[in-house]
Design a protein around this ligand. Structure first.
Ligand SMILES: Nc1ncnc2c1ncn2[C@@H]1O[C@H](COP(=O)(O)OP(=O)(O)OP(=O)(O)O)[C@@H](O)[C@H]1O
Length: 317
């Protein structure tokens, strides 16, 4: 290794180098801006969810990160190296949205081919373990041409993971999977997180994103409409209650706690960010004192789906 290579290796291995850093990414197709100034980072070991409606630019961003689409403007660093550097790309696993593997190869041969393409070496037992991890242990010797769509997607996941990546980019990894397959992928993502592998997950299954992602970037019309940790995006907590006998005084007491709405006997109080949970029992005591009959009280938080719809409709919070 030359001195320059050694210096670059040192830089790339610095813990501070994020898994992904991109800044000012832009891409136009004819007169249409597909991506218009997108910037974000993904820390090592972080799972980032990329969300947004159809045509928002998610796949285009992913392809620009991977050098599969040339940006009109903007910069990409993967694992501390320029995105086009083969040494960075060799450490990145990718499951494309539309995938089709050579139908004449067996599942085991597809993995062997991708390990060779990554320029690395993975012992046969580890390749077998990788197929087992995606539920294809007993199909290793079968030709891919005879695989169902879900099985091909499972193989795609194994391809993305087999060369021991430090960053995995999954574009709709569960679109063809049954509910058990989806749960398997969830476990797989959590195990990647434990191993400090960074993940970018593009999925329309918002519940899935909410369960596994540390942070979310929401794209809309090619720009970042919102981004942050789930805490930051879903910070608003609420109290959901079933009440009857709510007098105007009781309603005023509820409204003094937070933004109040109700349908029939279902009341919902959206709590302000500085709300102290220790004050909830006081609210209940006061409501009882005001003659309200309380059938149920449960804490809640708006779902990522509600928040996403709110952001896309232009509501501020
Ligand atoms: N090769 C291409 N040629 C022309 N336009 C393209 C091309 N690829 C993407 N686009 C356009 O760029 C915009 C963003 O597309 P992209 O596939 O990135 O969206 P997406 O957020 O991944 O959508 P989906 O959720 O439907 O997969 C769309 O308007 C699309 O028509």
């Amino acid at each position: 290794m030359s001195a320059v290579d050694e210096a670059e290796q040192l830089l790339a291995d610095l813990p501070a180098a994020p898994a992904v850093w991109c800044s000012g990414l832009r891409k136009r197709y004819r007169r249409r801006a597909a991506v218009d100034g997108v910037s974000f980072t993904v820390a090592r070991g972080e799972v980032l969810g990329l969300l947004g409606p159809n045509g928002a630019g998610k796949t285009t961003v992913i392809k620009m990160l991977l050098g599969l689409v040339r940006p009109d403007a903007g910069d990409v660093l993967l694992l501390g190296r320029p995105g086009h550097d083969p040494r960075a790309r060799a450490r990145v696993g990718y499951l494309p949205e539309l995938f089709r593997y050579q139908p004449w190869l067996t599942a085991a041969e597809v993995l062997t081919l991708h390990v060779r393409l990554a320029g690395t070496q993975v012992p046969p037992e580890e390749r077998r373990a990788c197929l087992a991890m995606v539920g294809l242990a007993d199909r290793a010797g079968d030709r891919v041409g005879g695989f169902s769509k879900g099985m091909q997607q499972r193989l795609g996941l194994a391809v993305a993971l087999v060369a021991r990546p430090d960053l995995v980019i999954l574009d709709e990894p569960t679109s063809a999977l049954d509910p058990i397959g989806r749960a398997d992928v969830r476990d797989l993502l959590l195990s990647l997180k434990e191993r400090r592998v960074a993940v970018i997950l593009n999925s329309h299954l918002i519940g899935e994103v909410e369960r596994v992602c540390d942070r979310v970037v929401i794209l809309d019309k090619g720009t970042v409409a919102a981004s942050g940790t789930l805490e930051e995006l879903l910070g608003q907590r609420e109290l959901r209650m079933r009440l009857d006998g709510v007098t105007p005084e009781a309603e005023a007491r509820l409204a003094a706690t937070g933004r109040l709405s109700h349908t029939g006997d279902a009341y919902r109080v959206t709590l302000p960010p500085d709300h102290d949970e220790a004050r909830v029992p006081d609210l209940i005591t006061d409501l009882v004192g005001l003659g309200v009959r309380i059938h149920a009280v449960e804490p809640g938080r708006i779902s990522l789906e509600e928040r996403l719809l709110g952001i896309l409709r232009g509501e501020s919070s």
